[in-house]
Structures are given as C-alpha cells and as structure tokens.
Design a protein around this ligand. Structure first.
Ligand code: TYM
Length: 316
C-alpha cells in the first residue's frame, strides 16, 4: 500500500524555539515512518525578515542541524531547501495570476502588518501564495503546523480549488494537521512564543541561556498558580504529576521555576549533544541537502510539467 504524503517546513529566520518544536517539528519526526515525508527549509520566505547573507547561510545550516538533531532521518524523509527547487517560485507566479488582492488582504499576517502601519513589501503580501506553491507541488495529504499557519494552509486549499476549477483537476486538496494542546505554545511573557516577540526559549539553548529565559517568565503575583510557568512546564512533564507539584509548592514561584529549568535542561541536553555530533561533519549535511533537492526536484518538475500543459504554455 502506498503511504500518504506529508509536507511541511520552517523558515531559517533565526534559532528555532520550543514553540516551533512542539507545534510542528516534533510532528515531522513522529510521523516520518507513517508518511512519505517532505520537510524543507523555507529560505525564500525568510527573505522578508532576514537580509543578511552571512546570517542566512548560518541559519540554513543551523536548521539542517536542528532537523537532524531532533531525529529526522534523511533515509526516510526528503529534506531540502526551497531555493534549490525553482519550481516553487515558478508555480507561485502562476498562482499569482488567479489570486485576487482583496482575497490576500484578508490574511492575518498582512492585516497585522497593516495594523502596525508597517510599509509592506510585495513579498510579505504574497507570502501565502508562495506557501501554496510549496505545498501543492508535492500533493501532500497533511501539512503539520502550529495554529498560526492554519490560515495559510486554507489559502493553499482555496488556490488549489480555484486552479482545478479553472484548468481541470491538477492539485490534491491538503489538510492542515494541528495538535490541539500545543497549537499555540506560549512564550515567557504569556503571548504566543515567537521570534518577533523576543519571548522564546531556543530549542538548543545552553543551560545558562535556559536559566535566563525561565527566570524571565512573567508571573502574576495576584494568583497562586503562575500560569505562564505552568503552561510551559506542561510541555515537559505529565500534567497529573505537575498539578500535584504546583499544589504542594503554591506561591513558591522561584522553586517552581527552578524545577522547570531542570526539566527543560533534562530534555534539551541530549538534543544539544546530538547536534554537536552532526556539526562536526558539515559536508555530510550539505550532501543530505543536495540529495534532498534532487528528489524534491524530481517530484516537483513532473507536477510543473502538468501545470504547464494545463495552462497551455507547453507546446509539444
Ligand atoms: P515558521 O518558521 O514561523 O514556524 C515553523 C512552525 O512552527 C510553528 N510555530 C508554533 N507552533 C506552536 N506554538 C508556537 N508558539 C509556534 N510558533 C511557530 C508554526 O506554526 C510552523 O508550523 N510559513 C511557515 C513556513 C512555511 C511552510 C510552508 C510551512 C513556508 N512554506 C509550507 C508548511 C508548509 C512559517 O513561517 O513557519
């Protein structure tokens, strides 16, 4: 029986954090045996916030090391970067021609940027269309993501339907896969954990870094349960056990934070070690990316061929 298909990716816009991990990356690992998987690095997407070539290069390699350290197996998963597969940007253009501006103006990311009076570049406006191309080229059944990407997957579905209605059945309609209790992992200030809010706990932080993050978690002294500490803690320890501990240590915020620090360290330390091992052999990492790009290109070029035929630019 052929396996169902999974596709997802993350931007190399900085260091991945535990929100990225629990919301999305962990799912890639947990599902790699069950699905034919395509996991990529959305480097062209990251251009809207990162305009420094050295940092971009470092972050791309960084995300690759992160993927390997969390347990993605390149023998099972096609791992590649978006910029190596030009079909993504090519299909994006074709989708641009069937997507209206008023429709994209309803996207959350655009509305947020507009509300902040930011000068919005065309790439940011168009972000969901490139994402639709990323997804639809590989005909995935599921796209595992955190809550903040749900709308983007819905936009991909709409674009697929519009294309299919206009040119004939071409794209499979994908479903997002969001795990409820980690859909929005909170940051140290209680808002959604996000690089842009500077409220993250990096996934590969060292002990001192984790300590700094944990000690900065905002606690509300009016209540007995420090909800921001608890919400992060439940990612690392069974909730039943946790309820008991928080009851016993009511009001003792410092002790609870120290326990959280130890629990996070216990979880991250082995990942950090694995990452260091992979870091020793950069050429192997580049080789994995190269092979991944070849496999991704093989799938996506066939799909693009069909698209070109459907829209009438293929003449032979
Ligand atoms: P990015 O790089 O912002 O985030 C990567 C993944 O992490 C999830 N995530 C979270 N989940 C739970 N709680 C949080 N606080 C949290 N913060 C981030 C995101 O939902 C995401 O799943 N647009 C995408 C990258 C992308 C993509 C794609 C994803 C480009 N093309 C095609 C899937 C399919 C993004 O910016 O993710």
């Amino acid at each position: 029986m052929t396996k169902k298909i999974l596709l997802s990716g993350i931007q190399p816009s900085g260091k991945p954090h535990i929100g990225n991990y629990f919301g999305a990356m962990k799912q890639f690992v947990d599902l790699q045996d069950q699905y034919e998987s395509y996991v990529f690095i959305a480097d062209y997407h990251a251009l809207h916030s990162l305009r420094n070539a050295k940092e971009m290069r470092e972050n791309i390699i960084g995300v690759m090391l992160d993927y390997l350290a969390i347990g993605l197996d390149p023998e099972k998963v096609t791992i590649f970067k978006q910029s190596d597969v030009s079909e993504h940007t090519e299909l994006c253009w074709i989708f641009d021609t069937i997507t209206t501006m008023p429709y994209l103006m309803r996207a959350h990311a655009f509305k947020d940027a507009e509300a902040k009076n930011k000068e919005i570049d065309v790439g940011t406006f168009n972000y969901p269309v490139l994402m639709a191309a990323d997804i639809l080229l590989y005909s995935p059944d599921i796209v595992p993501v955190g809550q903040d990407q749900q709308q983007h997957v819905e936009i991909a579905r709409d674009i697929a339907l519009k294309f299919n209605n206009t040119y004939g059945d071409t794209f499979k309609i994908p479903e997002h896969k969001i795990i409820k209790n980690v859909a929005v992992v909170p940051g140290v200030d209680g808002r959604k954990m996000s690089k842009s809010y500077k409220n993250t706990i990096p996934l590969f932080a060292d002990y001192e870094e984790i300590k700094k993050c944990v000690m900065s978690i905002v606690t509300d002294s009016s209540g007995e349960l420090p909800i921001n500490v608890y919400s992060i803690h439940k990612l690392f320890r069974d909730e039943k056990e946790l309820e008991k501990i928080y009851e016993e240590k009511k009001g003792k915020y410092k002790e609870l934070k120290e326990l959280l620090l130890e629990d996070i360290e216990k979880f991250i330390a082995p990942l950090r070690e694995r990452r260091k091992e992979f870091e020793k052999d950069k050429s192997k990492v580049l080789e994995i990316l190269k092979k991944g790009a070849e496999k991704a290109k093989n799938i996506s070029s066939k799909k693009m061929d069909l698209v070109r035929e459907r829209i009438g630019v293929k003449l032979d």
